[in-house]
Design a protein around this ligand. Sequence first.
Ligand SMILES: [Mg+2]
Length: 164
Amino acid sequence: MSSLVNVHWDSKLPIYEISHLKLQNEGIKSLLIDVDGTLISRQSNMIPLNVKNWIKESKKFFSLYLISNNPSNERIRKIAKELEIRYKSNALKPRKKITLDVISEINEESRNIAIIGDRILTDIIVGNRCNIQTILVKRLNKNGLPVKLNLILILEKMISIFLK
Ligand SMILES: [Mg+2]
């Protein structure tokens, strides 16, 4: 039985270096994308240009949906509007309900859906609980670059060993 903390693809890359071709080859048709840390630093309101370009290219191949745990609907609404993507704020990952609502809204088979995020205990666990693919990416800093030493992720990986 696969564990809830298992990552299908631990990319070790920032989201903007994820290959669209590789995702297509995995049969992915829809991407549920975390916001803070994944697309933009929590300390920033400016979406990095390489993230914008990656999103623009992604739309040619996949349906996109933002799923954020951030309780500020205003922040997530602005980001979603700028990127022109549907969204949910305050998604309460790793609880399933809102993610399952999104999965039923996009009307795609679970195996063709992947969640992309920077956290194991929220993004990866909710993906596994909802039976979709899970992709871990590097957290972005406020300059839009991957953080070099992600202490939260190191801690989450240590916790994951005990949860397996
Ligand atoms: Mg995040």
